[in-house]
Design a protein around this ligand. Structure first.
Ligand code: FPP
Length: 258
């Protein structure tokens, strides 16, 4: 557990949040939380800052969110950091976002190792800049024996491409006789996706007021609970995460049953 979790700006806020955390931990915690971290650009624009300032602030929120997720006992936290479509952004912005894993892991990796967090990544590695991939792969290697929170970065990730690639592999395995058509069911197909090692997200959070999935985990989110907020990602704080989880805990999940 993160023993240096600092919550709130003053002692009163800290104890209120601490009580809230303790309360929330009395009910079932979502095993896998996935977040579409949106609104960095608008956050910066509101302050007449360059868009990259919003991404930098957003990176700091990743730190706070990881700490709280670990403290709450969430097993997997998947963060949508860069989509296969985000390459369309201006070159300087893409380059900046691609430098964030270096900065984040450069400063935070020792804490992640200490706190038993396991770093993973899903997405197309081939197109990533060498320095980005190197930072991520080092973090994956250095944390591979940890068995606490899995911090899964979706980086150069796109769900349609992932599903198509899964279908192609299924066809290959079927042609080679490795997979029989009668053996293909939802569970087996899931094992062909980048999330093969994870359970499906129980809770999806999207910030910034956009109510869409933007090519994120389309297969995996089939039965997840969704929580949308107008809060821009750089403004997302511990209270917001707790509110999302509290709402989740009040929902009735029926998975198609009654
Ligand atoms: C979407 O907001 C955000 C992104 C495409 C980048 C998200 C990246 C981070 C939060 C930092 C990730 C940190 C690490 C360690 C990888 P937007 O730019 O689309 O915002 P807008 O809709 O307001 O323009």
């Amino acid at each position: 557990m993160f023993n240096k979790l600092r919550l709130g700006k003053n002692r009163n806020n800290t104890s209120t949040l601490r009580n809230k955390i303790d309360d929330i931990k009395k009910s079932p915690i979502p095993e896998h939380v996935a977040i579409i971290m949106d609104g960095n650009g608008r956050w910066a624009k509101k302050r007449a800052l360059p868009r990259i300032a919003g991404h930098h602030e957003g990176m700091k929120v990743v730190r706070k969110t990881t700490k709280l997720a670990s403290e709450l006992g969430i097993k997997t936290l998947t963060l949508y950091a860069f989509s296969t479509e985000n390459w369309k952004r201006p070159k300087n912005e893409v380059e900046y976002i691609m430098s964030l894993p270096d900065e984040f892991l450069g400063t935070f990796l020792p804490d992640l190792i200490k706190e038993n967090v396991q770093v993973k990544m899903m997405g197309y590695k081939n197109q990533l800049p060498v320095h980005t991939l190197r930072a991520i792969e080092k973090a994956i290697e250095d944390t591979k024996n940890n068995d606490g929170l899995v911090l899964n970065f979706a980086l150069n990730y796109g769900s349609r491409a992932e599903i198509l690639d899964g279908v192609k592999q299924v066809l290959n395995d079927s042609k080679s006789g490795k997979l029989k058509e009668t053996d293909l069911d939802e569970k087996v197909f899931s094992s062909y996706l980048m999330t093969a090692d994870f359970t499906d997200p129980d809770l999806l959070i999207r910030t910034s007021g956009e109510i869409r999935l933007s090519n994120f985990m389309l297969w995996q989110l089939a039965y997840s609970e969704f929580w949308f907020t107008d809060v821009l990602w750089p403004d997302f704080n511990e209270e917001h995460l707790l509110e999302a989880i509290e709402t989740f805990q009040k929902r009735q999940r029926r998975f198609g049953g009654i």
